[in-house]
Design a protein around this ligand. Structure first.
Ligand SMILES: [Zn+2]
Ligand SMILES: [Zn+2]
Ligand SMILES: [Zn+2]
Length: 244
């Protein structure tokens, strides 16, 4: 599968590969224009981390996000679940610098225990060039890598987490006809087997829908019971393409 998927810049709409997008975001005129807007007189400056997130073993799935430093690891976990990984409420964990931050609660935290992640403010632990590992589900695990690329202070953004770019869905052809785009992935496929199918071939081969999962724009596609995001559409729409 092609790893060099492109994604569009939120601010100017231009498509780039993930490695080039990092450079682009540092110099995009439309983004610089957005960042120059001063805060309102009664607003304090807010700190933001620019983070590149990608599938550790499937790098064609990637995104650049900007996260408010007052968010917690728990908030970041929720975002990753919402957009890429949530299927059955599995456990997850961040790890970096030899420390592990699971989303489990310990009663020693008090009467109303929060998960370990919820107690970790990003501004207290992240810094530029830090690499974090994230695992979702310790059975059928999805592995993500998060690279903190930058930190800046500026006027408060509308949302605590902003998507700056995200890969366009990779085109996956049906393994059977090699012509149509696949819509389903077999849950029983082993390496070497036909794995991806289009609607017509599913019908022709008599493959039951129960035996497949939908193709979706996520590094968790085809795993456990993952059916895609309920919160975010598969395709990221840059500001330049939004209806006014
Ligand atoms: Zn741009
Ligand atoms: Zn699951
Ligand atoms: Zn087909």
């Amino acid at each position: 599968m092609a790893e060099r998927t492109k994604g569009k810049c939120k601010y100017c709409g231009k498509p780039f590969t993930s490695s080039y997008m990092g450079k682009h975001l540092a110099s995009c005129n439309a983004r610089m224009h957005h960042l120059e807007v001063p805060p309102e007189p009664d607003q304090a400056l807010q700190g933001y981390f620019l983070i590149k997130v990608f599938g550790t073993y499937n790098k064609e799935y990637w995104m650049y996000i900007e996260v408010d430093e007052d968010q917690t690891l728990g908030d970041l976990d929720q975002f990753l679940r919402d957009i890429w990984v949530e299927c059955c409420g599995h456990l997850s964990e961040f790890s970096f610098l030899g420390m592990r931050f699971p989303n489990v609660a310990f009663e020693s935290f008090g009467d109303d225990p929060e998960s370990v992640m919820d107690n970790v403010r990003l501004g207290d632990v992240l810094r530029p060039n830090l690499q974090m590992h994230y695992e979702y589900d310790f059975g059928t695990t999805t592995y993500l890598t998060l690279l903190v690329e930058n930190y800046r202070k500026g006027a408060p953004e509308e949302e605590p987490i902003t998507i700056l770019s995200r890969n366009i869905s990779p085109k996956i052809l049906c393994d059977h006809c090699n012509k149509e785009e696949a819509t389903a992935v077999s849950v029983y496929a082993v390496p070497g087997d036909e794995c991806f199918f289009c609607d017509a071939c599913m019908e022709e081969l008599g493959i039951d829908e129960e035996e497949t999962l939908p193709v979706c724009n996520s590094p968790r596609m085809g795993m456990c019971g993952y059916c895609g995001s309920d919160v975010y559409p598969d395709e990221f729409v840059p500001d330049t393409e939004l209806d006014e």
